[in-house]
Design a protein. Structure first.
Length: 372
């Protein structure tokens, strides 16, 4: 049996947000493809998860240092706080087994120079310095703005470490093009996910849906913008659903009778909301890799409206309505609100999404990492 070591930036269970969803279902798909996995993961609050043992032959947990003294390092905070000597020792014991680092966050072993670069691969989840620059722009807290600004600069300076990796597995076409300039051995491996097939209901749904983690700055700002600039000008029913809604979102929603908040829905409840919606809106001011919630909608939801930051170079451009300002959003909503979702549109989704099968992505990963 072929082996692989995976370094995860967080404990990938439960798989309840973008990055860990990709990691968790990747472990599952690789195990089912016959790969024996040793998982190394950083724990900063999630705790050990016995559920991971069904996909991994061994699981190691390492504490992530959150000390503010790490801010004074020349290394990015997300990298320096994952500097762990025991991890280096454990990796060094298996010198023949390929290593896959999940995100730039987990590349300290590559920087430290104690691992064999010829077996060290990196899965990029974002162009991190651009992502943090975007967070700085959307953040309202002064001190967080400073942190994001400094971190963005450190990440930009640190990023060339990827030249030393054996290869890069990027998460979107846009990132593949970007990282190919740093490392010629870069390929696109789309996100892993829990969806087995396209399950979209024909006909017309009941409302417009926006969903996501409502406690993070980028989603808070997008939700506020949508409420104030777009939803305030329509009378169609709107549901905003997600984890830990910020007080500003709660207050904004209370001003409108046609907007409803669903806080902290279960996975099954969220999937029900997605299935019954007529229109999904996915919006962000921050450039980033593939949004897992967009993939969820492509498999399970009807009409989708996105802005360029979300959909460009994802492969879903022809499956979504693109709207980049409030006027375009309003035009798209009024256009789609009464259009039934038909079999031919579902068939088009199926054709595109056949490329996003976990088993296909696992085989691509196995070939790239030379695990055959």
């Amino acid at each position: 049996m072929k082996e692989l070591q995976v370094i995860a930036f967080n404990v990938p269970y439960p798989p309840d947000y973008g990055g860990v969803i990709d990691v968790y279902y990747k472990l599952k798909a690789l195990k089912e493809a016959g790969i024996a996995i040793t998982l190394h993961c950083f724990d900063y609050g999630r705790g050990e998860a016995v559920e991971l043992e069904q996909w991994c032959q061994k699981v190691f947990y390492y504490p992530r240092s959150r000390s503010l003294i790490n801010q004074f390092s020349s290394l990015p905070f997300i990298v320096k706080t994952r500097d762990n000597k025991l991890l280096i020792e454990n990796l060094s014991r298996l010198t023949h087994v390929p290593i896959l680092a999940e995100g730039l966050h987990c590349t300290f072993p590559l920087y430290y120079g104690k691992c064999n670069n010829d077996i060290f691969y990196v899965r990029t989840h974002n162009i991190e310095h651009a992502y943090y620059k975007g967070l700085k722009i959307t953040e309202n807290n002064y001190f967080k703005k400073i942190y994001y600004s400094i971190e963005s600069k450190k990440l930009k300076q640190y990023e060339p470490i990827l030249k030393n990796a054996k290869g890069i597995c990027s998460i979107s076409q846009k990132e593949t093009e970007y990282f190919s300039d740093l490392n010629a051995n870069t390929i696109l491996i789309s996100p892993f996910h829990p969806f087995q097939k396209v399950e979209i209901r024909e006909g017309i749904g009941d409302y417009i849906l926006v969903h996501g983690d409502l406690s993070v700055a980028e989603n808070i700002n997008s939700a506020q913008w949508l409420i104030n600039k777009v939803f305030s000008q329509i009378k169609y029913n709107v549901i905003i659903a997600g984890k830990n809604p910020h007080s500003s979102i709660v207050s904004a929603i209370k001003k409108f009778e046609h907007i409803r908040l669903v806080a902290n829905p279960s996975f099954d409840k969220m999937q029900e909301l997605i299935a019954n919606a007529q229109i999904h809106i996915v919006h962000s001011f921050t450039p980033q890799g593939m949004k897992l919630k967009l993939l969820n909608i492509m498999f399970n939801g009807r009409h989708c409206i996105c802005n360029n930051s979300i959909v460009v170079k994802t492969g879903f451009e022809n499956l979504c309505e693109i709207a980049n300002n409030e006027n375009e959003m309003l035009i798209s909503i009024n256009k789609l609100i009464k259009i039934p979702f038909e079999k031919r549109t579902i068939k088009l989704r199926e054709e595109v999404l056949s490329l996003y099968s976990n088993s296909v992505q696992a085989l691509n990963r196995i070939e790239f990492l030379k695990l055959k």
